[in-house]
Design a protein around this ligand. Structure first.
Ligand SMILES: [Zn+2]
Ligand SMILES: [Zn+2]
Length: 397
């Protein structure tokens, strides 16, 4: 039997010391995350929220980024847990889970408990505390209805309904579930919705996506297809207009975005109003090709740092109306948020080999990564900085 090598107590002390130092910096990092989130720093970089921005910039997982952002805000109301992280008493892993359910009243007691248990135990308690409860429901089926109407010259649609409690629970559960996973769509007004407005906007998007998903599996695709009537001119330039059948007039740029989606049928008309007969078949992405795109783009939106996997759309890099082909090298997978970014907010996406490259409005390449390390204000001694420089040079930075 070989003897276990003894560990120098100084090494252990050094590990503790380093971890305490890292914890203090992590607390500082979260403080800055909350601050940058409030300032909406992520909007300038085409991201849908702070977590996505962090994910792309720091190269951390989307899950971690979301937990950090939530913890960053929660810690502002939890001074004792904040101190426990800052002084290295509790690790970031434990703190992130604790902030999911701790309150100013319970935090002191929870810190003592958290010291004795594993991060997994804290996560389990947080999961239980956050589990949604199913409310008691009452049957009111007879009074159910759903109606809609167009107003504001066809620019908006109103929707009103009432359901029995059982139906209502099923509907709201599905809507909330989809809304949680859905990206917000970008706006160009700079006025981002917050709080209740944001929740309601997401629910509206969720309803649209549920309807689209239902259309995609409809046994009678003709009946389930949304038809847009437009002209070739409207698709190539910002003139003319496009009209949704039985619906409103839409902007040509919106028509272009919609036409990337195979679940819409476009009827193109010439100037005299004659249908040109160019139908959906020519722009549909066949299943075999979609599978290849999913493989190439890792079944994920191609915007750097966006890990959206559901509701992906195949965007035509050179648009179909401009001669672009429905083929492997002219299609990239994008989520609805980034699809709108590229069609209506001036961003651009191209393929280099099989890698998608994104460009800001104005043409500058979008690089989400951190600034080059030499520009970071790291508090390093000159010898540490020299070593870091050598390491960077070794990996070609
Ligand atoms: Zn597109
Ligand atoms: Zn995306």
């Amino acid at each position: 039997m070989s003897a276990t090598p003894s560990v120098d107590p100084e090494v252990v002390a050094h590990i503790d010391q380093l971890h305490a130092g890292i914890s203090a910096r992590q607390r500082d990092l979260l403080r800055n995350v909350a601050c940058a989130d409030r300032a909406g720093r992520w909007r300038d970089d085409g991201c849908r929220d702070m977590a996505q921005w962090l994910c792309g910039r720091l190269g951390i997982s989307n899950w971690t980024a979301r937990r950090w952002v939530s913890a960053a805000h929660a810690l502002e109301q939890l001074p004792h847990i904040s101190d426990a992280l800052e002084t290295g008493i509790l690790s970031l892993d434990k703190v992130v889970e604790l902030t999911r359910f701790a309150t100013p009243e319970s935090e002191s007691r929870l810190i003592k408990w958290a010291l004795r248990v594993s991060p997994a135990a804290i996560r389990r308690k947080a999961d239980i505390a956050n589990r949604p409860s199913l409310e008691e429901t009452r049957d009111a089926d007879d009074a159910r209805f759903l109606r809609w109407w167009w107003f504001d010259d066809g620019r908006r649609m109103g929707l009103e309904g009432q359901f029995g409690a059982a139906q209502g629970a099923a509907i709201t559960k599905a809507l909330r579930r989809v809304a949680e996973t859905l990206p917000e769509l970008p706006t160009d007004t700079g006025l981002e919705p917050t709080g209740q407005d944001l929740v309601e906007q997401r629910c509206a998007d969720a309803l649209e996506h549920l309807c689209r998903a239902a259309s995609a599996t409809d046994a009678d695709p003709e009946m389930a297809t949304v038809v847009v009537h437009t002209t070739l001119g409207a698709c190539r330039r910002d003139e003319d207009c496009a009209v949704i059948e039985d619906g409103p007039v839409i902007h040509p740029e919106v028509a272009r975005r919609l036409s990337c989606d195979a679940r819409l049928q476009f009827v193109l008309h010439d100037r005299a109003g004659n249908a040109l007969g160019i139908g959906r078949a020519s722009r549909d992405v066949p299943r075999w090709l979609r599978r290849q795109l999913r493989h190439r783009d890792r079944d994920c939106c191609t915007f750097p740092g966006c890990e959206m996997r559901g509701y992906l759309q195949a965007h035509h890099i050179i648009h179909w109306e401009d001669g672009g082909l429905t083929d492997y090298y002219n299609l990239v997978l994008v989520c609805p948020f980034h699809h709108k970014l590229v069609h209506e907010l001036g961003w651009d996406v191209r393929l280099k080999g099989s890698m998608a490259q994104w460009f800001r409005p104005g043409g500058k390449r979008y690089d989400p990564g951190p600034d080059p390390p030499q520009r970071l204000a790291l508090d390093l001694s000159s010898s540490e900085a020299r070593v870091l420089d050598q390491r960077r040079a070794a990996v070609g930075l």
